[in-house]
Design a protein around this ligand. Structure first.
Ligand code: ATP
Length: 295
């Protein structure tokens, strides 16, 4: 089977997680119990998901000229992602999410997009060669919309399919939707992306929207009716990154030439496996692990 060739255009983040018995009040200092860093950013997560499943992956993204950026690029290289189109921007920090996690599960999160928001259409142009040769360009919305649109236009001009995971959600124009081969919102995002009832959007764009619904799997429309594919039943340990694994797996299967229902089945299985382990990226399965669950 041909190795799928996927380009991911998106964010690269470092998640800084501090565990504490009780969150501090304003002006208060408290001793924490634990601290750990995790590689994240929807773009980087989806790139790693694709690479784990056996695809050739080029990441287009931006980090700062700092230790987190260096670590993030090294991490992606270790996972087999091609990183020559990750730019290191001067005077910008690598994207970080600072997460304060209270014992009972309550949290406070601050995201600083940093270099992710420094991505411009010029960065996309520099990577035009890899976009032209891709089977699929996979994107999210944690980078500026004009860069997403530049990549969409370029892919469209060269007949390359675009999968957009519209997170965080914004309203998209009809022109945007015309350039996208597949949109993968969750059930909260879809009514923001297309401001009408989700069911109506699925019916208006048959085969073009796959709406994810957590453990309930996905919905999409085919032959004038809404189809549902349930999720796989697993013991959930950490659902972070389920959506990113789903998107990566869907892209890999579609690039392999699978029909949409088959690709969804595979992506549901991959996402379910990812939540049986801690961490967004560390739980992402290999193709072999997904095949074992499916057969
Ligand atoms: P994330 O929490 O990563 O941002 P998301 O909101 O983008 O995820 P979800 O709809 O929560 O996306 O989940 C994406 C897919 O992951 C689902 O369609 C399903 O295949 C799988 N999934 C998520 N949660 C579960 C679960 N508890 N059990 C089985 N599969 C799950």
């Amino acid at each position: 089977m041909k190795k799928p060739n996927i380009v991911v255009v998106g964010s690269v983040n470092m998640d800084l997680v501090t565990g504490v018995k009780q969150l501090p009040q304003a002006g208060e200092t408290r001793m924490g119990d634990s601290f750990a860093t995790f590689h994240g950013g929807k773009g980087a997560n989806q790139a790693v998901a694709c690479a784990r499943l056996g695809a050739s992956v080029h990441m287009i993204g931006c980090v700062g000229q700092d230790a987190f950026g260096e670590a993030a690029v090294q991490n992606m290289e270790r996972q087999g992602v091609h990183t020559s189109h990750i730019s290191r921007l001067p005077k910008q920090s690598t994207g970080v999410a600072t997460i304060l996690l209270e014992e009972g599960g309550e949290n406070r999160i601050i995201v600083v997009p940093g270099a992710n928001h420094g991505m411009t259409p010029a960065h996309i142009q520099t990577a035009a060669g890899v976009i032209r040769q891709a089977d699929i360009v996979l994107m999210q919305l944690e980078i500026p919309l004009d860069s997403v649109r530049a990549a969409m236009d370029l892919a469209y001009q060269h007949g390359v399919s675009v999968i957009l995971n519209p997170a965080p959600a914004v309203s998209l124009s009809k022109e945007d939707l015309a350039r996208i081969s597949l949109l993968t919102p969750n059930q909260h995002e879809l009514p923001i992306v297309i401001p009408q009832a989700a069911e109506q959007s699925l019916l208006d764009y048959p085969g073009k929207i796959v709406m994810t619904k957590g453990k309930d799997g996905v919905s999409y429309a085919q032959d004038g009716i809404i189809q549902h594919q349930p999720g796989f039943t697993v013991e959930a340990v950490d659902t972070t990154g389920a959506g990113d694994t789903f998107n990566g797996a869907l892209a890999v299967m579609l690039a392999r030439g699978a029909a949409l229902p088959e690709a969804i089945m595979y992506a549901n299985a991959a996402a379910a496996l990812s939540i049986t382990k801690h961490g967004a990226q560390s739980g992402m399965p290999t193709d072999r692990e997904v095949q074992l669950l499916l057969h």
